[in-house]
Ligand binder design. Structure first.
Ligand code: SF4
Ligand code: SF4
Length: 416
């Protein structure tokens, strides 16, 4: 694609990055069938190729209009288009640059600004999110079922003591800490059985993804720098890896090196942190032999015969499109004795997408309904996912239990 970037952006780091991305797009349109919003709305401007044109126009100095904002807002940042693109266009980075420009140049209505500000003020802050969740729990009988089903229902198992020489940092994130602490406790217990101790990094906070995708770039960079400072002592102390049970947060930490590359005080440490970051599926995939042996031992020692439990696995977009982890979780669930049910259109987003379910509720609900039809088609007993946002979103629309897949492994190892 030919470009002629305007003076205001041409010689900036964002301008140079955007120019490279734009030039890699050859307009072929292979990404269109993969795009959930194009599938729903049938409008070229709600497709990856259409949005790439809109961002190109912005960067070439054309005025920012409400139409530009509407179509960029409707993008889920699911990055299914990146998986489908034969030219390797880094669409996810381009849309972040385009959104930041739009946000700077086109004011939003006060009510929308307030909603976005409140999201950024509450969700990434653990104690505020926990307070909100606590309040909601105290009046749960008053809440609509779709909201009530999102509230915590599990109880976290105790974390095992730190007793192994092999150690990883298990990050707790922000909203997951408030909504589902049982997930990290389950992961810590699975890792402990494999001879790996999980250390909490309490000083680290939100990964910064919410602020970044809401076009609050400076705020996101402050969160990144805070986390680099909070995690560095663990890196220096010899931790093997920085592990998330939320694939969206793992994908974000994996980008720290690139996002902080122009900051001389942080660039080297950020690169190292990105290189050490793993989603729990990536870590357990490398431990597959030991895990399989542990599961076999647990099955042999169990006094009750394990029931065949049918599981529908929903692979979050951040796992399959951002981290490019495909086919790692399913064999581990099979090894644990679960029966995987078929799921059509597995590459399609569930509509959660960070704050999307709040800011674009109509499209989000349409995607959720389609996703649940696909997940429930194989008559599963339980739906499993790998990201807290997807878990909460899926729970809002189904009566089936929805769990993180590592909880299922932990239950099997514990003989459940
Ligand atoms: S598939 Fe890739 S190269 Fe083709 S139009 Fe889409 S983004 Fe551009
Ligand atoms: S990120 Fe997802 S919603 Fe956005 S253009 Fe790409 S495929 Fe479509």
């Amino acid at each position: 694609m030919q470009t002629a970037l305007a003076d205001f952006i041409r010689d900036t780091p964002a301008g140079r990055e955007a120019d490279t991305i734009l030039r890699s797009c050859v307009h072929c349109g292979f990404c269109l069938p993969a795009c959930p919003t194009y599938q729903l709305l049938g409008d070229e401007l709600d497709s990856p190729r259409g949005r790439i044109y809109l961002v190109k126009q912005l960067l070439e100095g054309q005025p920012v209009t409400s139409r530009t904002q509407l179509h960029l807002d409707r993008c889920l940042t699911c990055r299914a288009c990146e998986s489908a693109c034969p030219s390797g266009v880094e669409y996810g980075r381009l849309i972040d640059i385009g959104r930041t420009l739009t946000e700077e140049r086109l004011p939003r209505p006060p009510a929308v600004l307030l909603a976005r500000w409140l999201l950024r003020r509450i969700v990434p802050h653990r104690r505020r999110a926990a307070l909100l969740v606590g309040l909601a729990r105290s009046v749960r009988w008053l809440l609509p079922p779709a909201l009530e089903r999102r509230l915590p229902r599990g109880r976290a198992a105790p974390w095992p003591p730190v007793r192994h020489a092999r150690r990883v940092v298990l990050l707790e994130g922000c909203v997951q800490w408030a909504l589902a602490p049982e997930i990290n406790a389950a992961a810590a217990n699975v890792l402990d059985r494999l001879g790996i101790s999980a250390i909490r990094a309490s000083a680290a906070g939100c990964c910064g993804a919410l602020s970044l995708h809401l076009a609050a770039g400076s705020e996101a960079l402050a969160q990144l720098r805070h986390n680099v400072d909070a995690l560095w002592p663990h890196v220096a102390a010899g931790a093997d890896a920085l592990v998330f049970t939320s694939s969206a947060c793992a994908a974000m930490l994996g980008d720290y090196g690139r996002l902080l590359e122009d900051d001389p005080a942080y660039a080297a440490r950020a690169r190292r942190i990105s290189a050490m970051t793993r989603d729990i599926s990536q870590l357990l995939d490398t431990e597959r032999a030991a895990l399989t042996a542990t599961l076999a031992q647990a099955a042999g020692g169990s006094r009750t015969c394990a029931q065949p439990v049918r599981v529908a696995f929903q692979a979050p977009c951040t796992l399959q499109h951002a981290l490019k982890v495909r086919g790692a979780v399913e064999p581990l669930l099979s090894a644990a004795g679960f029966t995987l049910t078929p799921v059509a259109d597995g590459q399609r987003c569930c509509g959660s997408a960070g704050a999307y379910s709040i800011l674009q509720p109509r499209l989000s609900r349409q995607l959720l309904r389609a996703k649940l039809v696909a997940l429930e088609a194989g008559a599963p007993d339980v739906i499993a996912s790998a990201n807290i946002g997807c878990l909460a979103h899926l729970r809002s629309g189904t009566a089936l239990p929805v769990r993180h897949w590592v909880e299922l492994l932990a239950a099997r190892i514990a003989g459940g």
